[in-house]
Design a protein around this ligand. Structure first.
Ligand code: TEU
Length: 563
């Protein structure tokens, strides 16, 4: 379990706050930093070790704050820098760390640097801070490459100057056209971002999650992509073997950042958002002189499928071991369908595909089982706000409420990510369910959320109490977190591909996790004992079938046993 030492990140449980949707202190319908400060006790009581906050920088909020205009300011709707200092103090007083989110791949088009481009001559030094190229064709009317935006449509937009003058040039935006990609070949860019990191580190921030960490460097030969030949390698709509993802040069950036992080008495920590094409490529980001950790999205794509989960755990542990880095595990975040909905039977295991509202109960049972399975694995775990309440994806948002650029860029063909960003229900029986002092919230909450609020789940056998219990046990148990791990399926008398069991060895207090992914009861072999520490669902029984006691595990249920 984590301690206050410099290695805390090797086995921490880190809770992601999406600030617009967490807690609104002033009633404008947008969550804010003072709102987060007011919930530090709640997070401490939940039992997490650190809080990661998605961007709260000054921003037009066209992509939820991942479009930054000033990296040293807080958006006035969300608070001010002094509020961040209060938050750091409040968290540190509870021995919790604070992570921010840095967005180095692109700025907002409203950022002073891009505005300087629009107000200067082609080829001026300001232009070199972004990826700007001449168009093809007789009149430069064809984009420089055929690259497609992650949010759909061309990844290039013609550059029109502030005075309305058209140019022969196009600027690159791997995401929305309001998010021009920064040119990491430019030295000034590198100096500026390190200075931004230093600004927040000096304020007391413990670390950064790095947005699109695998995307900074572009293949300077700017080749077209053969989209036809790579559909099966697509990940979330992006070809993962592409001239703008996972280029070798990106590692130089992180070697330099690591030096900065290590220069502090309490070294600062990084976690990369790295959609790498394979666990082998992912591990490269975590070499000892680079990032401390990276998100392990391969695991997130395994769904509630024992065979895929096993494969992902095996390859993750193997590849992380090679570089001496701890694994990270995550099941939900602000970009993907919430796992209580995604894991329901019959859903696509594609993390952003539109789900159907069927089988919600089984979705939640599976999600809880997956969570318990995850919390026992070696390494650190990320939780996404609201998963501890068992919140489902909200599917029925009206079109005019939606704000995700994906929704706009596909003219509504894809619903986008708003469904996992609906503000948290804290209390009461009418919207905004304690999210703020008023009834309004930037995305409407379903009118069925009364029973899902924190207040409603304070007592009894609720998902919130299940998370509290699991996190408390993870903290107390000596075998959890970083350390040894071994599968135990070879002890099954009747092999079954739908059951996984692993042990976290310890001389006196070993812990075993067993998960039954099937829709039926499963008789646990006697060698696993009957000493249940925690269960994800109600159906766990100790039975004596005449040959001694053994456990029987209910459908889609996980347990931890002392064994
Ligand atoms: O997401 C980056 C990313 O890799 C996307 O492909 C992501 O999977 C996509 O949102 C799915 O549709 C990060 C942030 O997490 C996301 O919220 C931002 O919109 C994006 O970067 C741009 O900054």
């Amino acid at each position: 379990m984590p301690s206050g030492d410099n290695e805390w990140w090797r086995d921490a449980v880190i809770y992601q706050v999406y600030p617009r949707s967490f807690s609104d202190s002033d009633g404008d319908g947008l969550g804010d930093i003072p709102g987060i400060v007011s919930k530090v006790d709640y997070l401490d009581n939940l039992g997490v070790d650190a809080i990661w906050i998605s961007p709260f920088y000054e921003s037009p909020l066209l992509d939820g704050g991942y479009d930054v205009t000033d990296y040293r300011l807080v958006d006035p709707r969300l608070g001010e820098v002094a509020d961040v200092e209060d938050l750091i103090d409040a968290a540190h007083a509870k021995d919790m760390k604070i992570f921010m989110d840095i967005v180095p791949n692109h700025t907002s088009s409203a950022h002073a640097w891009f505005q300087e481009v629009l107000h200067s001559e082609p080829g001026s030094p300001a232009w070199d801070r972004y990826v700007i190229k001449e168009g093809k064709g007789a009149n430069h009317e064809i984009p420089p490459t055929n690259w497609q935006s992650v949010f759909h449509g061309d990844a290039w937009t013609p550059l029109v100057l502030a005075n309305g003058e058209k140019t022969q040039y196009w600027y690159l935006h791997i995401f929305d056209s309001s998010q021009p990609d920064v040119n990491w070949e430019n030295q000034e860019v590198r100096v500026e971002f390190e200075s931004i990191l230093k600004f927040w580190f000096d304020l007391g921030i413990d670390g950064f999650r790095i947005d699109v960490a695998h995307g900074l460097i572009k293949d300077q030969s700017f080749p077209d992509i053969d989209y036809e030949s790579i559909p099966e390698q697509e990940l979330l709509g992006d070809p993962i073997l592409s001239p703008f993802w996972d280029q070798d040069g990106v590692h130089d950036v992180y070697r330099s950042w690591r030096k900065l992080a290590d220069s502090y008495d309490t070294p600062r920590v990084f976690c990369g958002e790295t959609w790498a094409p394979s666990p082998e490529r992912l591990a490269l980001y975590q070499r000892p002189d680079e990032l401390h950790t990276s998100f392990n999205f391969d695991y997130l794509r395994a769904g509630f499928d024992a065979v895929k989960l096993k494969e992902s755990v095996d390859s993750t542990l193997l590849n992380h071991k090679k570089v001496g880095a701890p694994a990270t595990w995550v099941l939900s975040n602000h970009d993907i369908v919430r796992h209580a909905t995604r894991m329901a039977p019959g859903q696509s295991d594609h993390p952003t595909e539109m789900p159907t509202p069927d089988n919600a109960d089984r979705g939640l049972a599976r999600a809880r089982a997956a969570t318990l399975f995850t919390l026992g694995l070696p390494g650190s775990t990320y939780l996404y706000q609201g998963e501890e309440l068992g919140l489902p994806e909200v599917l029925e948002l009206p079109g005019d409420a939606r704000q995700d650029p994906v929704w706009f860029r596909t003219q509504g063909r894809e619903i986008g990510r708003d469904g996992c960003r609906v503000p948290i229900p804290w209390s009461g029986d009418v919207a905004s369910y304690g999210f703020g002092p008023c009834e309004n919230s930037w995305l409407p909450q379903p009118d069925t959320w009364e029973h899902l609020s924190v207040q409603a789940q304070e007592s009894g056998d609720t998902t919130l109490n299940f998370y509290r219990d699991a996190l408390a046990q993870r903290r107390e148990e000596q075998a959890t977190g970083d350390g040894e791990f071994e599968w135990r399926m070879d002890e099954f008398t009747h092999p079954n591909d739908a059951i996984l069991a692993y042990r976290r060895p310890h001389p006196t207090n070993p812990l075993t996790c067993i998960v039954n992914t099937e829709d039926g009861m499963w008789r646990v072999p006697q060698s696993f004992g009957t000493d249940v520490l925690i269960s994800s669902g109600p159906e766990v029984a100790v039975v004596d079938s005449g040959d001694g006691e053994h456990l029987v595990l209910g459908p889609e249920t996980a347990v931890w046993v002392r064994n």
